[in-house]
Design a protein around this ligand. Sequence first.
Ligand code: ADE
Ligand code: ZN
Ligand code: ZN
Length: 302
Amino acid sequence: MLRIGTVGFLWVWRILVLLQLSSGILGWGREGHYATCRIAEEYLTKEAKAAVKELLPNSAGGDLASVCSWADEIRHSYHWHWTGPLHYVDTPDFKCNYDYCRDCHDLAGNKDRCVTGAIYNYTKQLMEFDRGSYSAATYNLTEALMFLSHFVGDVHQPLHVGFTGDEGGNTIIVRWYRRKTNLHHVWDNMIIDSALKTFYQSDLTNMIEAIQRNITDGWSNDASSWGNCASNQTACPDPYAAESIKLACKFAYRSATPGSTLEDDYFLSRLPVVEQRLAQGGVRLAATLNRIFASGDRVAAA
Ligand code: ADE
Ligand code: ZN
Ligand code: ZN
């Protein structure tokens, strides 16, 4: 039998913990992105559905939700390294408001390189498809669709609009029940994972259906206007980011100081926030795609 001894075991343990922590830099986890895009699919118009189907890679099997984590899967590869800052936008420490001009830049200060800037950019690219001026040589619109669908999810994760100093909670080490992790990872994955186990028989479809019922019944008064954008814009990620930092201050950072243990109280009071953000992400992604692919003057594939 293989014996690695105490020192070896400690190293293996450290590597496992490191792997777990570093995965916290991703967006919502796979489940969160899948849920957001599944919800969006329900609200697509016929035109948008057709355009999405045309743009999806063959590997998606016609299902948008299956490619909504693609942007996270590629971001650590050399070729896509530049996309890292497009997953989030951070505010100055302890500022619970968001300002595009002040906050949307990467670490080197390049403007527009943040999650809201990326949503504007990929929306603009996809509008070309709608105008029929699409040429494969200009942009890869399959990638644009996959990026847009992912980033609309990300901007709804409150800690993707967090404070610069703690990297949106990534450097705040906490315990989630008995497990050591970081606050960002709690919001990307742990709240959803615990909800699946506790309330949804570990079946993501059950959770998505419960959220969908809440959209049509529970939150219906508000939900009917979630998809709207002010002043005829096609995409409007700025108010979503402003909501996120407000929620980060009120729910994510509150009572989650370094070294704290988060359990039932935190879990049960924050889960409704997570579920509503997944719902808003889905409804707003659909509304954005519906506007992008709405105009009738497309000379496309007919
Ligand atoms: N890296 C730095 N800030 C981040 C944030 N808010 N979300 C994800 N990754 C980050
Ligand atoms: Zn994340
Ligand atoms: Zn992401």
